[in-house]
Design a protein around this ligand. Structure first.
Ligand SMILES: NC(=O)c1ccc[n+]([C@@H]2O[C@H](COP(=O)([O-])OP(=O)(O)OC[C@H]3O[C@@H](n4cnc5c(N)ncnc54)[C@H](OP(=O)(O)O)[C@@H]3O)[C@@H](O)[C@H]2O)c1
Length: 280
């Protein structure tokens, strides 16, 4: 089992594996085996969330996988209906209890829900959790520049990470430039465009040229862009395939070709400025 993989260092000094395992849409009954397959393949970073309804099973996989907790990087997220100081702190404890952990490596606000006007209070709760040592690093997901600026103006504390929809068809260059200027690590969700990238003719041509798969080309692009990246699969063979890209290298010309695939209207998921789902 190879664990020779790149790590990235956050502005708070903590480190995370660059390539992690996503668990959204893993059913509870497939989560333990898929997460264990990921750890066996070499993944050391696991991304879950309250709303995925699989934190309990992710915790079981962590307990059973045979790798010490200290070598794993575990991230989870507070859902939209738990923004607010006390509510966010109790949601965090509930997540820890479900996973049977006493800390997470990264705790994230899942969506800003701007119309609720509570994300600043949630962020203040995350700062306390970090100060208590129960969340080693804290960050957000789906925050636009204006939302990040509100956190900075309100608390002076920038997230270590912003986990955003990001793939070759939706490259978010303005937001990534803002992250870079402020030391926020960009993390890509739906890095394969939920499979859409695997049908792109340019990606397929590059896969043919490198004798690898379209998923590997896409994930290698993320790695060379410097993103943290968390592909999800329920299948052990694909889980291994997605981790098998360390000998692949895209040239500058190939990276430039993928850059041309950007489509500012290529978003697949919800718009963070308006998304406000509360139910679970
Ligand atoms: N913060 C947020 O708001 C947010 C939102 C969405 C996602 N996320 C996180 O990001 C993770 C990844 O995003 P995602 O699950 O939306 O999409 P994704 O990783 O881009 O794509 C997952 C899809 O691609 C398929 N797939 C994976 N590897 C493959 C391969 N090698 N060959 C062919 N098909 C492959 C999977 O199918 P099978 O499972 O059938 O293999 C699944 O249908 C999530 O699991 C979650 O942890 C966060």
């Amino acid at each position: 089992m190879s664990t020779n993989q790149p790590y990235l260092t956050f502005h708070d000094g903590n480190r995370a594996p660059q390539l992690g395992f996503g668990t959204w849409q893993l059913k509870p009954e497939e989560t333990v085996s898929a997460t264990q397959a990921a750890v066996e393949a070499g993944y050391r970073s696991i991304d879950t969330a309250y709303i995925y309804h699989n934190e309990t099973e992710v915790g079981q996989a962590i307990a059973q996988c045979g790798v010490p907790r200290s070598e794993l990087f575990v991230a989870t997220k507070v859902w939209n209906n738990r923004h607010g100081h006390d509510s966010t702190k109790s949601a965090f404890q509930e997540s820890l209890d479900r996973m049977q952990l006493d800390y997470v490596d990264l705790y994230l606000i899942h969506w800003p829900v701007p119309k609720q006007k509570q994300y600043l209070q949630a962020w203040e709760a995350l700062i306390q959790l970090r100060d208590e040592g129960r969340a080693k690093s804290i960050g957000v997901c789906n925050f636009q520049i204006s939302h990040l600026q509100q956190l900075l103006d309100g608390t002076g504390v920038m997230p270590a990470v912003n986990q955003i929809e990001l793939h070759p068809h939706f490259q978010q260059s303005e937001l990534r430039a803002y992250h870079k200027a402020r030391g926020i690590q960009t993390e890509a969700w739906s890095p394969l465009g939920r499979g859409q990238m695997l049908l792109d003719p340019v990606i397929l041509e590059l896969a043919h040229a490198h004798q690898c798969t379209a998923a590997q080309i896409t994930l290698r692009w993320h790695i060379q862009m410097g993103h943290m990246v968390i592909p999800k699969s329920a299948h052990a063979a694909r889980i291994r395939e997605n981790f098998g890209l360390w000998n692949l290298h895209l040239t500058d010309a190939e990276m430039s070709r993928i850059a041309t695939l950007d489509d500012p209207s290529g978003r697949i998921g919800p718009d963070p400025d308006t998304f406000s789902l509360m139910g679970d």
